[in-house]
Design a protein around this ligand. Structure first.
Ligand SMILES: [Zn+2]
Length: 442
């Protein structure tokens, strides 16, 4: 009897263990089943690194990639294939930001009951937030120049345009040498950082608005250069007497270097961090490259230049677009996503600017377009913008143009950066205009 009792206890313990492990597995399956199914080594999901079922479309349903009869096909339009390569993915899986890997569960149509096997066997559909017409317009406007074009819907956080150059046709991939230095596999909007130059003056301006009480009453003067810390900060010309609005519109280095010295490196660093420019930003399951701001010593020439976006300053284009989107959205940055939100209700926001600070900066960016950049160059758009011409050593400068349409029915914030292209607004301004016209013309 004693022995039977002992065996019964053992069987009960064993049964409890099995039940417990089954429960643990069920919980892990519920939590991670989609990841297991979408893992590239799962032979039911991927074949030779390519996804085996499903469709990827732009925000209006135009096909970017689809699997038919077990064969993957990119869009039939070559410009769309090339312009969307870095967000869809390539044949060999060298591009880490491609939707084929990062959104595999949605594309495959995974659900916890049926697993990978959708009822019609065709997988699922990923509606990306990007707009095919904007993708094409950005690629054509880049016209072979290297760089990054990012446009964000500042109300929803949806990325409506994400183009990286150089690129290639995934249906006809070229031989790319092992020692290639062009970074053709990099999705520049997400994965690189650039010296920001004068677009960083928006950060210095925000810090100045919140820390210098008489900023808007002050008279500034620029004689074309100013001596700081044993060196010289220069402007392209003598800007003369001005208020802060004109200092931004003229992008006066002397004024902004002076503000940087007054604010101090630690204050500027705090603002760069608050605006998300020095950290990685989440884009669904991906992360952007982290930017950089080093607080230079008080009174130094380096500190002056750091407030004008030079010195060691670096920013990521998508993070810059997010910062500008917060200026556009009364201080709140919507979380970035590549997935179309059909209900337009799912955005998460982070307040990174006080509302009145955001509105004052927006007013000044609108004034800069009217006074300096030329509103007529952006027809039909109520544009707010800031240009940047970022010195990068001996090569031609990087050309930046960032801003937004001040109209919540066309809520587009953008960051355009062309590498070694020359003067900011002259080079990057027309690219921004072409993409915005493609978006608002629909
Ligand atoms: Zn100046």
């Amino acid at each position: 009897m004693k022995r039977i009792h002992g065996r019964a206890t053992a069987v009960c313990l064993l049964a409890a263990l099995i039940l417990g492990l089954t429960a643990l597995y069920a919980v892990r399956w519920a939590l991670h089943g989609d990841e297991w199914a979408g893992f590239p080594s799962n032979g039911d999901a991927f074949l030779s690194g390519r996804i085996r079922a499903g469709t990827v479309t732009d925000r209006d349903g135009e096909i970017l990639y689809s699997v038919r009869d077990g064969e993957g096909h990119w869009s039939e339009d070559e410009t769309l294939r090339v312009s969307s390569l870095h967000i869809v993915g390539d044949r060999n899986g060298f591009i880490g930001t491609g939707a084929m890997f990062n959104y595999a569960q949605i594309i495959l149509g995974y659900d916890p009951v049926n697993g990978l096997y959708s009822r019609n066997g065709e997988g699922g559909v990923l509606h990306m937030s990007v707009d095919a017409d904007a993708q094409r317009a950005a690629w054509e406007a880049l016209d072979g120049r290297r760089g990054a074009v990012t446009v964000v819907d500042y109300v929803t956080g949806e990325i409506v345009c994400c183009v990286s150059s150089p690129s290639f046709d995934p249906e006809d991939p070229p031989e790319i040498a092992a020692d290639d230095t062009s970074g053709v596999y990099l999705n520049r909007p997400l994965s690189v950082t650039y010296t920001p130059g004068s677009v960083f003056k928006l950060v210095t301006l925000a810090a100045a608005i919140e820390n210098i009480p008489d900023l808007f009453d002050r008279d500034f003067h620029c004689s074309g250069s100013t001596d700081i810390g044993g060196g010289t900060v220069t402007c392209t010309r003598a800007h003369g007497d001005m208020k802060i609005e004109d200092a931004l519109a003229d992008s006066c280095n002397c004024t902004f270097a002076g503000l940087a010295l007054e604010l101090g490196g630690e204050t500027l660093k705090t603002y760069a961090e608050r605006f998300g420019l020095t950290q990685r930003q989440e884009v669904d399951s991906m992360r952007t490259a982290a930017g950089r701001f080093d607080a230079a010593p008080d009174g130094s020439l380096d500190l002056g230049w750091s407030g004008a976006g030079q010195y060691k300053d670096l920013v990521n284009p998508a993070a810059m677009a997010r910062f500008v989107s917060a200026i556009a959205n009364r201080g709140e940055a919507a979380k970035l996503t590549f997935i179309r939100d059909d209900a337009r209700t799912g955005a998460e926001y982070e307040r990174i600017l006080a509302e009145d600070t955001a509105e004052r900066i927006a007013d000044m960016m609108e004034y800069a377009v009217e006074r300096t950049y030329g509103a007529e160059k952006f027809p039909g758009l109520k544009l707010c913008a800031k240009s940047g011409t970022a010195e990068v050593g001996t090569e031609k400068p990087n050309a930046w143009f960032v801003g937004f349409v001040r109209d919540r029915t066309r809520p587009y914030a953008f960051a355009v950066c062309l590498e070694n292209a020359g003067f900011g607004v002259a080079q990057a301004g027309p690219v921004a205009n072409e993409v915005l016209q493609a978006l608002v013309g629909q």
